[in-house]
Design a protein around this ligand. Structure first.
Ligand code: NAD
Length: 256
């Protein structure tokens, strides 16, 4: 992590009228939830074309839920890390209008961010594929289900988690709000995103069309690096609090 980059980003935040964050699995790695594509990630062990698709779910829900059980204890026990907290702090300081996230883990809400757009849904609920009854996660958990295919209390049908699988459309209203935020921001902070999953990966392009500045926070390079004005390399949980502190210091200097 370079101190010069941190200072540069703090200045960008100070100048920006509307800051929007786009977050991916990388921001939650330090909360104990692995990303999917890094070495050892879920997709290196489970074929995403089978385990991550809507078709794969319909063909064999028990296969899907047997993979999901690996993630659930991690999701249940995860706490927001300093990167999630830094974004909610930026919101309190008037410098984060929205968090658009690819994550399903509920950690931005737990950290206190209020405008959170979950592009890929949430693990916190599920819906019956037969009668569309919605079930809260805690309710499914209490009913004794764990790892087996949970069934609907209404009709006995199969419950699918409210996460967007490959081959399923994103919630149109969530996506439209995300596009509206991306298209009107003048600074986008892209944190822990591999930018390999569309349409989420196209959101920085919407920001760019509005002449927004774009900052990438990642531990490694991505295939979209050329779109970024600044690339801050380092763990999000270490870098983001530094950015907030640097911005706070700039504000103090300006006050005196
Ligand atoms: P990804 O696995 O493709 O990419 C994650 C990115 O984060 C990578 O570029 C990696 O280099 C970076 N990264 C890893 N650790 C980091 C750290 N400590 N600090 C900063 N960056 C770090 O994930 P993705 O592109 O975000 O999308 C995969 C999809 O899988 C998502 O759309 C999401 O729906 C789902 N997913 C969600 C969770 C979650 O909710 N926490 C976890 C895994 C996957």
């Amino acid at each position: 992590m370079s101190e010069a980059d941190i200072q540069k980003v703090a200045k960008m935040i100070r100048l920006a009228r509307k800051v929007v964050a786009l977050t991916g699995a990388g921001i939650s790695v330090e909360s104990g939830i692995p990303d999917f594509r890094s070495p050892g990630g879920l997709w290196t062990r489970y074929d995403p074309t089978i385990y991550g698709t809507f078709e794969g779910f319909v063909n064999d829900p028990s296969r899907f839920w047997s993979m999901a059980i690996e993630l659930h204890p991690l999701l249940e026990n995860a706490q927001p890390n300093p990167a999630h907290l830094a974004l909610s702090e930026l919101e309190r300081m008037g410098k984060c209008d929205a968090v658009i996230t690819q994550n399903i883990d509920d950690l931005h809400q737990a950290a206190g961010s209020s405008e959170v757009l979950e592009l890929h849904g949430t693990y916190r609920s599920g819906t019956c594929v037969n009668c569309s009854t919605r079930h809260e996660y805690d309710e499914m958990r209490q009913s004794g289900w764990y790892g087996e295919v949970p069934s609907c209390k209404n009709c006995g049908g199969t419950i699918k988690p409210d996460v967007v699988l490959f081959g399923e459309p994103l919630n149109a209203s969530v996506l439209n709000r995300a596009i509206a935020h991306a298209s009107t921001c003048d600074l986008m902070l892209v944190i822990g995103c591999g930018l390999e999953v569309f349409p989420a990966a196209s959101l920085p392009t919407y920001a760019r069309r509005n002449n927004a500045m774009i900052v990438f926070f990642n531990i490694t390079s991505t295939s979209f690096d050329e779109i970024a004005d600044v690339i801050v390399l380092g763990k999000a949980g270490e870098v983001m609090p530094e950015v907030v502190e640097a911005y706070r210091s700039l504000c103090k200097v300006a006050e005196n």
